[in-house]
Design a protein around this ligand. Structure first.
Ligand code: PHE
Ligand code: FE
Length: 291
């Protein structure tokens, strides 16, 4: 989910200066561990053949299915050995500059709590299942690992230029809701999709959303939905390509973005590389609020 909104301005009581808190793994209840296992099993019944190899291999490498919520003290050494990243708990959404500073130092931040058993399908704030199951496997991919670190540095720059809303769209349409080409067809790599049973199917199979070839400037102009399935997904050729695309200096892009209008979620432009021209039927019927 969005990591760009925040509630507090200073670390709440009990949090360190960098906003991290102890995972306090011993305090999780059996119900909470069972919730992890339920969500994990549910996603694994859906994701083979849908999620990208990078995601599935990462999940395997981290061994996140040993029973219950992963203990970061066990997970972090494995992740660190692979790409130098580590994961740390925070008490909720953190300020942008704090988030970017963690990324720029190869630290990913995660919610500590897990959703309640009656909220398996939809939560507003990212919990540990979204953050760890959804995001952390991709951090084992060397190119994605580099991309995320570069994003942290790029975030600091965009913030200083007043262009964070634009850069946040890049995060949204890649890290959270990205699709990728593969020799076997489209695959999911975005954390917001792989951690959702319903969107894991919708994003690939539903005729409603547009699916459009990734274009940096196009993505940074496109608004997004935080409350329902996306109306457009952008498709990268590969993680490696995404990494190289984002290594370019965004200065010229930022100059153009300052003078251009935001694009609505359902627009299709003449220059778009259209993979699916969606019907938008799902959204037109009212989405998840449909009767
Ligand atoms: N290359 C970008 C810039 O010049 C930085 C960046 C890298 C942003 C990776 C996002 C992702 O600002
Ligand atoms: Fe997220």
């Amino acid at each position: 989910m969005s990591d760009f909104e925040h509630v507090f301005d200073t670390p709440p009581p009990g949090a360190a200066a960098d906003w991290t808190i102890d995972q306090n793994w011993d305090a999780y209840t059996q119900v909470e561990h069972d919730t992890w296992d339920t969500l994990y099993a549910r996603q694994m019944a859906i994701l083979p053949g849908r999620a990208s190899d990078a995601f599935l291999n990462g999940l395997n490498a981290l061994d996140l299915n040993t029973g219950g919520i992963p203990d970061f003290a066990v997970m972090n050494p494995k992740l660190k050995a692979l790409t130098g990243w580590t994961v740390h708990c925070v008490p909720g959404l953190v300020p942008d500059d704090v988030f970017f500073d963690h990324l720029a130092n190869r630290r990913f931040v995660s919610g500590q709590f897990i959703r309640k058993p009656d909220q398996l399908d939809y939560i507003q704030e990212p919990d540990i299942f979204h953050d760890v199951f959804g995001h952390v496997p991709m951090l084992t991919d060397p190119d994605f690992a580099d991309y995320m670190q570069a994003y942290g540095k790029g975030g600091q720059r965009a913030a200083s230029l007043g262009l964070l809303p634009q850069l946040a769209r890049l995060y949204w349409y890649t890290v959270e809701f990205g699709l990728a080409q593969s020799p076997q067809g489209l695959r999911i790599y975005g954390a917001g999709i792989v951690s959702s049973a319903t969107e894991s199917v919708f994003a690939l199979d539903d005729p409603s959303p547009n699916r459009i070839g990734f274009d940096m400037e196009r993505v940074m102009r496109t608004l997004y939905r935080i409350d329902d399935f996306q109306q457009v997904y952008f498709v990268i050729d590969s993680i490696e390509q995404l990494k190289w695309d984002t290594l370019q200096d965004f200065g010229p892009i930022y100059d153009r973005l300052r003078g251009s209008e935001d694009l609505p979620v359902d627009v299709v432009l003449p220059q778009d590389r259209v993979l699916t021209h969606g019907t938008q039927t799902y959204a037109a019927r009212g989405g998840r609020f449909a009767a």
